[in-house]
Design a protein around this ligand. Structure first.
Ligand SMILES: [Zn+2]
Ligand SMILES: [Zn+2]
Length: 907
């Protein structure tokens, strides 16, 4: 669960690391690990003979902890039992419901509420909110159980191979919050745990071990002891007891402790069923379809021989296909049958997994792209296409996804809502893939002819700059008869990290010492534009007041401008609740002095109009394009604004127009804007996670900006700290989208104007039309038609002009060839293009000549005929100084045949 454990140092407590915590907790195991059930059922604590970890067992003969590192799976059956994932879920959910848990629906897989992650990587993440580096929990029931679909992309090479890894997986989170005030703790957790294993999986107590360990967030902000449950070589569940926090260099016990039991849910029906891989159970129908449509028959007997070994090799861990080769040798299995029979089976397992991941991600509005989390989705699709090609699999990817949606509908009732969009996304990505491939073939061929070794670094570059996947390279090489050693960790290398680096919010650094100063009182939320305030601190041109009507730059909205005691305020920023005004001049104020603040009202209203318009366009985009059209960024300035919207293809002019029309229709029908503080829980419950559109930070209390129509129907609701046209709705006037372009793959930017800025925009266009009309001497109302005929006229004139020019060039060239010299150097009163034409015409007539022409603007053109034994570039260099004049330089270049230069005159 922990991606990277960074070790910090706690004052007086030694280094904070999992190892030291493990030792600390083990010393007091009665306090941290022992439970009532262990005593009642006769579990005793032992130290593993192989890894040294402490574990609890009821089997007197057991000496090892039960980790799959030590023992093979012993739950695999010769005749597996048929178990259905969803039916098993119903039994599982009923068990927890009967034991006082509320069953809640899975959250989206795209992590909207915790923006340090692209996707949900663990069930507990549903309830975590991070604010100022501190974690808090938001939950609608307690205790609860949620079948959270999670995604992780770090193990791609193992997916389809190990029998249990997936890019998507269901973590059934059994969670109890806020102990001891609510919820429950270790005794109840392990009691329930044991009951599930006994009643639902039919296990005897001797078959179960509980291993002591430590769980921690990557930065140790929260941690606690955990008990991992193993049976027959498989880890079934991890029972985490989040008991401590580490904040501001101190470790302390949490007031509200959390039981976080993450059931690797799909392992349970697998364990019961006893098939060779987990995929055979969870993707039963999908695999049936894949085998049937591709005509491939699974060889289960052969698979049985390798399944155990495959479960224990980790090809993501740098060992590459060497690990597989070693395995084949050890088991005495023929290489050909492995690569021709087992590998295609593994490909189908991976395809079923990847398709499900794509389905869930797109349904929650994530799209393939070349950045961030979308990058991982593109890799998955390309892997599917690569597999289809490599093993000639003829199946319909959308059909496969429909089967998956149908299977999971009961557990995930909304899963089939975006199948149309998914289908479009796949179509577009396939088109891109085919195009890339044609290009890629050439690149790979060039690469192979030079060097047979392809490094992971090179693979990474090939993927990032050309979208060529490692599998594709190996296939292309094979076509050339070359067996390429592709490092199997290549995929782990090219995948984006689960954690969002770029989006991590950094506090703006303002060079002013703010220690001990209380947060500034914000008057702008009550729409004040004037106020008298007290000077709290001043440094240079930076001024801090006790309160202010000035809105500081934030949420893409530019800062208010105006004056303080008549001095211009040119910028306003906020850091840690403190608002800093930047003055045009550094005038001295005395501390405690009362100053007069005046906000530029015109600018304020323009910024507000653009902000409200942004929310309207965002709502319109979702209405026109679908719910995946997420707002990825925005900027609201005084004269114009923009919003970045995610969509799987470049927006057409029609779509842009439709978005504009929809937004304007909201306005014509009448809008009402309100802004009010709301409990986060209430806001998330009422409006869903789309309130985080503008990437607002989910804090305990949210400022919700709601736009509704006059009948009270909701148009848009977002957590937003910006200023809006509350009570001034008519100021929005109209919205005009003035430009649209793709800023990067998957995201389009719409530039727009609204309110007064829209009026300015229209006026400026009208003025321009009048000017053009005047120049073209046509009536402004007939400008279109007038310009058209004028343009046609202009074209004619230009054609005539070009004819005359060419004729002239030829004439001049003819005159020049009359001269006796082999090298002709001449100043002529024509522009560069004409000089070039003349010079080339001379050569056409006389191949033994060389010509250098220049004009008074400093343009130089030199050409040398084939039979001239002269070099044009030499000719240019030899004469440059003379033409340029003293102290001036000539910039230029060329070849022996033609060279050009320009005199750079010194100022
Ligand atoms: Zn062990
Ligand atoms: Zn906003």
């Amino acid at each position: 669960m922990v991606k990277s454990a960074k070790c910090g140092t706690m004052p007086g407590e030694g280094p904070l690391s999992k190892d030291s915590l493990r030792q600390d907790f083990a010393k007091e195991y009665e306090k941290y690990y022992s439970t009532e059930l262990f005593k009642e059922e006769g579990f005793v604590r032992k130290k593993c003979k192989l890894c040294g970890k402490y574990f609890w067992t009821a089997d007197p003969n057991r000496e090892i902890c039960g980790s799959p590192d030590h023992e093979p799976y012993t739950f695999i059956k010769d005749k597996p039992i048929d178990i259905d994932l969803v039916s098993f879920w119903k039994k599982f959910a009923k068990f927890f419901k009967d034991n006082g848990h509320e069953i809640i629906e899975s959250y989206p897989v795209v992590s909207r509420w915790r923006q340090d992650l692209y996707f949900v990587i663990a069930g507990i993440q549903d309830f975590q909110r991070i604010e100022n580096g501190r974690m808090s929990f938001e939950y609608s029931a307690n205790p609860l159980l949620v079948p959270q679909m999670c995604m992780r992309f770090s193990d791609i090479p193992n997916v389809g191979v190990s029998g249990r890894h997936g890019t998507s997986f269901i973590m059934a989170n059994q969670t109890a919050f806020n102990y001891p005030k609510e919820g429950y703790w270790r005794d109840r957790t392990i009691e329930l745990n044991f009951k599930v294993l006994k009643e639902l999986l039919g296990l005897k107590k001797e078959e179960i071990t509980y291993v002591e360990d430590v769980w921690a967030m990557g930065d140790f902000s929260e941690f606690g002891p955990d008990l991992e449950t193993y049976s027959h070589g498989l880890e079934l569940v991890n029972n985490v007891f989040t008991q401590f926090e580490y904040f501001n260099g101190r470790m302390r016990e949490l007031d509200g402790k959390v039981v976080d039991v993450g059931w690797g849910f799909e392992r349970l029906p697998w364990f019961l069923s006893g098939t060779h891989t987990m995929y055979d159970v969870i993707y039963k129908k999908e695999l049936e379809y894949l085998y049937k449509s591709s005509g491939i028959k699974p060889d289960r007997v052969l698979y049985a021989k390798v399944a155990g070994a495959l479960a224990s090799i980790d090809i993501a861990e740098n060992r590459g296909s060497k690990a597989e080769e070693e395995m084949l040798k050890r088991l005495g299995i023929d290489r050909n049958s492995y690569f021709n029979v087992i590998k295609p089976m593994q490909a189908m397992y991976a395809i079923a997994d990847h398709a499900r991941t794509i389905m869930f991600a797109v349904n929650d509005g994530a799209l393939p792209s070349n950045v961030g989390g979308g990058y991982n989705l593109r890799v998955l699709l390309r892997r599917i296409f690569d597999f289809m090609e490599k093993y000639s699999l003829n199946f319909d990817l959308m059909r496969l996804i429909e089967i998956e949606a149908k299977n999971l509908k009961e557990m995930y009732p909304h899963i089939d809502e975006s199948l149309n969009e998914t289908s479009k996304v796949i179509e577009i990505e396939k088109g891109r893939y085919d195009k890339t491939k044609a290009e890629a073939k050439k690149i790979v061929e060039a690469l192979l002819s030079k060097n047979k070794e392809i490094t992971t670094e090179k693979l990474k570059t090939l993927y990032e700059s050309h979208g060529i996947t490692p599998d594709f390279i190996s296939a292309a090489a094979k076509e050339k008869g070359i067996i390429l050693e592709i490092p199997e960790d290549a995929y782990s290398e090219i995948m984006a990290d689960d954690f969002v680096e770029a989006r991590k919010k950094k506090n703006e650094v303002i060079e002013i010492d703010t220690t001990g100063i209380p947060p500034t009182e914000k008057l702008y939320y009550s729409f004040a534009t004037e106020a008298n305030a007290k000077v709290i601190k001043q440094e240079g041109n930076m001024l801090v007041l006790d309160k202010t009507p000035f809105y500081p730059e934030g949420g893409g909205q530019e800062a208010d401008h105006g004056t303080i005691n008549g001095i211009d305020v040119v910028d306003v920023k906020i850091a840690n609740g403190l608002i800093v005004h930047f003055l045009k001049e550094a005038k001295h104020f005395s501390l405690g002095e009362i100053v007069e603040c005046k906000v530029d009202k015109e600018r304020r209203i323009r910024l507000m109009a653009h902000h409200t318009a942004t929310h309207l366009i965002s709502a319109a985009a979702r209405k026109v394009l679908g719910k995946h059209a997420w707002q990825e960024g925005a900027k609201k300035g005084e004269d114009k604004a923009h919003i970045d919207i995610s969509h799987y293809e470049r927006l057409s002019d029609e779509q842009v127009k439709e978005i504009e029309n929809t937004a304007n229709a909201f306005i014509t029908n009448g809008i009402k804007v309100t802004a009010k503080e709301m409990e986060r829980k209430e806001a998330e419950g009422r409006f869903g996670f789309s309130i985080y559109q503008g990437h607002g930070v989910p804090s305990g209390k949210l400022r919700i900006v709601e736009i509704g129509d006059l009948n009270g129907n909701l148009i848009d609701a977002e957590a937003c700290g910006g200023l809006h046209l509350v009570g001034k709705e008519s100021e929005i006037g109209l919205i005009r989208i003035i430009g649209s372009y793709r800023i990067h793959d998957g995201i389009d930017r719409l530039e727009f104007v609204a309110g007064k800025a829209a009026v300015d925009y229209i006026n400026s266009i009208e003025k321009e039309i009048k000017q053009i009309a005047a120049i073209a001497s046509v009536d402004t109302d007939k400008v279109g038609q007038g310009i058209e005929s004028k343009l046609a006229e202009l074209k004619e004139v230009k054609k005539k002009y070009e004819l005359i020019r060419d004729e002239l060039a030829e004439k001049i060239a003819k005159n020049l060839t009359m001269e006796k010299e082999q090298v002709i150097i001449k100043e002529l009163p024509y522009e560069r293009e004409m000089l070039r034409k003349i010079a080339l015409s001379v050569l056409e007539l006389e191949k033994s000549k060389a010509v250098l022409l220049y004009n008074s603007d400093g343009d130089i053109v030199a050409v040398a005929g084939k039979d001239s034994s002269k070099s044009a570039i030499k000719l240019l260099n030899e004469n440059a100084e003379k033409i340029a004049g003293k102290g001036n330089k000539v910039k230029g270049g060329g070849t022996d045949r033609i060279a050009e230069g320009k005199v750079l005159k010194q100022e």
